[in-house]
Design a protein around this ligand. Structure first.
Ligand code: MIC
Ligand code: SF4
Length: 646
């Protein structure tokens, strides 16, 4: 059969299973990445597995999320991560070197290889023809130990790009158009594979914006062919020896085809507070803007920042706007400094931030009350910016810059002749902030600060699950709702007892208290429950509070897997009516869990309060049933030695 690019890479890495959509497969992992907010947990888990050295071709540990250091916690975590990396064979990208996905694309991504990262935007490296997947930290820990990564074989959607973008329209508009058409649930269970003659006109950093934000579609990953553009980029990064051409066979079969005519696209914008709330820019033009933020892992490349500088050149941002600019990496930072882009941005009034996630994850730069914030980021979930009831819009650097200038949402085409910035022919190469692992690992001592608490381990579930519905939520609840981030909570990522005090507090302040008082219970969710981030804290902290099961209308992929990994039973309603009937406070019971879950995909759930009963389904493979009944993946690995095979 004629193969898609996705099928080619998966079959080269297939360890077990059949490549039938929905079936569980296992693939070998060449590279891993972690960042500090999920990494400390991942490495505690890796340590608990007792493996002396990572078995991947390359593993990199980045520090980019927790950079405010408002107390000792972040700095302690950084030191812990550095010592772990030295000891276990991991490259350490120091704080200041940049945002993991941007740096990985620049320095490490390799066409045709697989990458597993403990961050949902790991697919960004798909811009170089890599199969790059986001997962929970524990799955990444297992991959570092040489174990394969298990996933449901995805369907493959070809996004056929035709023509060329018009002036002032950019890669961000292409991915916003896909979000408009497919929604945040549209990519579930799929790989988004780009093809068509329009691909050739998109440079790798532009492709990166699209593969990165494919995470917002709920896709397993997104991927571009490795072609002349990838060769140009890798040569400019001094890595052409790792380049190889790679594309789908002509006439490859796809499960679905979506066509986008690039030449027909206009600037788009995602309105608050979901990335798929996309409208043509003209619908919101003229709305006053209080803040503009350029950066995040999504639009922080050299060309992105140089474009903003060119739009603003010689002028000052509107008096009502605060403009924050984040270079995505130290490479970008040094290059804007050298080329004069930095001076130009500062002269225009930009507030320059260090290369880190920063405002994207609510680490500073929260917008003012009722103030509209235009961001070139990938997520605008409610409250994520740090301001309650925030109004965050997502748009391209072109739209962001035009709006910063005028103080209202502005179509950049009104600014006249387009700015055209060429991709650099040669990037500034300096990897001195990436520390290779120690040649003498036995001499390295792991440094643990007082905020790093031992990992709580789940207990195997009882045969009867009984408990109150602790909360009932609607559709598209993100992990930012379940386990908020931001300057106050993020420093607690290595301390589960402390962080669990914040579970669901953005939705319901009383949740942690209630869960503790009742000794745990059940969560009832709507559709796409757990979308967004890969943070396993959104499973781990509820587990710590005694949550035993989540019954939802449907789940987002990574969160679902995290629930299984931490021994929480994920079930879906068979009928929407049952979702409507169940209420917060109802006492639910799942009898005979152990036998029921092994025998059938359907389980009975009794509603003791209402004296009724409904059916729920699970989508667990045999292996996952084993994991759940063992009380999570760590227990399972310890018991079976699974995950250790190279
Ligand atoms: C995010 O964008 O939400 C994060 C912060 O990068 C997360 C990871 C985390 O919560 O640490 C992600 O996307 O996976
Ligand atoms: Fe960091 Fe934001 Fe990218 Fe997540 S989406 S990795 S928080 S910049």
């Amino acid at each position: 059969m004629r193969k898609s690019l996705t099928h080619k890479i998966i079959s080269e890495h297939l360890v077990s299973g059949e490549m039938v959509p929905g079936e569980e497969i296992a693939i070998s992992i060449d590279q891993t990445l972690t960042q500090d907010a999920t990494g400390t947990m991942a490495y505690l888990q890796f340590e608990a597995m007792g493996i002396p050295r990572v078995k991947t071709k390359l593993s990199v540990s980045y520090v980019d999320h927790n950079m405010l250091q408002t107390g000792f916690e972040n700095a302690d975590d950084h030191r812990f991560l550095q010592s772990i990396a030295a000891k276990y064979g991991i490259y350490f990208s120091r704080p200041g070197n940049g945002i993991c996905h941007q740096v990985h694309l620049e320095r490490f991504a390799i066409p045709g290889q697989t990458l597993l990262g403990s961050d949902s935007h790991t697919p960004m490296s798909g811009a170089l023809g890599m199969l790059a997947i986001g997962a929970g930290g524990l799955d990444v820990a297992v991959a570092m130990g040489g174990g394969p990564y298990y996933l449901a074989m995805p369907r493959v959607t070809l996004v056929r790009l035709k023509g060329r973008l018009r002036p002032w329209v950019s890669a961000k508009d292409i991915i916003l158009e896909l979000l408009r058409r497919l929604t945040v649930k549209g990519g579930t269970g799929k790989v988004i594979e780009y093809g068509g003659d329009g691909v050739a006109s998109l440079a790798v950093p532009q492709r990166g914006t699209m593969t990165n934000m494919g995470a917002e579609l709920g896709a397993t990953t997104s991927i571009f062919p490795s072609d002349e553009q990838s060769r140009i980029f890798m040569r400019a990064q001094g890595r052409v020896k790792n380049w190889r051409p790679l594309s789908a066979d002509p006439d490859a079969k796809y499960d679905e085809v979506v066509e986008i005519d690039l030449s027909s696209l206009d600037p788009l914008i995602a309105k608050p507070s979901n990335p798929d709330n996309v409208v043509p820019l003209k619908e919101v033009e003229g709305i006053p803007v209080a803040q503009v933020a350029v950066g995040s892992c999504n639009n922080s490349s050299y060309v992105d920042l140089a474009t903003v500088a060119a739009v603003l050149k010689g002028k000052t941002v509107s008096p009502r706007v605060s403009l924050a600019v984040t270079p995505g990496s130290r490479q970008v930072f040094t290059m804007i400094a050298r080329s004069g882009v930095l001076t130009s941005l500062v002269r225009s009034g930009a507030r320059i931030l260090e290369s880190s996630c920063g405002p994207c994850i609510g680490m500073g730069q929260a917008p003012p009350s009722d103030g509209v914030s235009i961001r070139t980021f990938n997520r605008n979930f409610p409250g994520r910016s740090g301001t309650p009831n925030d109004k965050v819009y997502l748009a391209s650097p072109e739209v962001a810059a035009a709006s910063a200038l005028t103080g209202v949402i502005t179509d950049p085409r009104k600014l006249g002749a387009p700015v055209v910035i060429e991709q650099p022919k040669r990037y500034l190469l300096d990897d001195s902030m990436i520390i290779p692992p120690s040649p003498e690992p036995e001499k390295v001592e792991i440094i643990r600060g007082p905020n790093i608490k031992p990992l709580p381990i789940a207990r195997p579930p009882e045969d009867i699950i009984r408990g109150q519905v602790l909360i009932k939520v609607g559709d598209n609840i993100s992990t930012d709702h379940i386990m908020p981030a931001g300057a106050k909570v993020l420093p607690l990522r290595s301390n589960i007892p402390a962080i669990s005090e914040y579970v669901f507090t953005r939705v319901d302040q009383a949740f942690p208290e209630r869960a503790k008082k009742l000794g745990g219970g059940v969560i009832v969710g709507g559709g796409n429950y757990g979308q967004g981030s890969s943070r396993e804290h959104a499973a781990l902290a509820p587990m710590y509070l005694g949550v035993k099961a989540v019954v939802a209308r449907s789940f987002a992929r990574i969160h679902w897997a995290n629930l299984v990994n931490f021994g929480i039973v994920p079930l879906t309603f068979v009928s929407d009516k049952d979702y409507e009937r169940v209420e917060q406070g109802d006492e639910l019971e799942i009898p005979d869990l152990h036998a029921a879950i092994q025998k059938s995909k359907r389980l009975k759930v009794k509603n003791l309060t209402k004296g009724s009963e409904f059916e729920a389904e699970h989508a667990l493979s045999e292996r996952q049933v084993g994991i759940l009944l063992a009380g999570g993946l760590l227990n399972y690995i310890r018991a079976s030695g699974a995950g250790r095979s190279a």
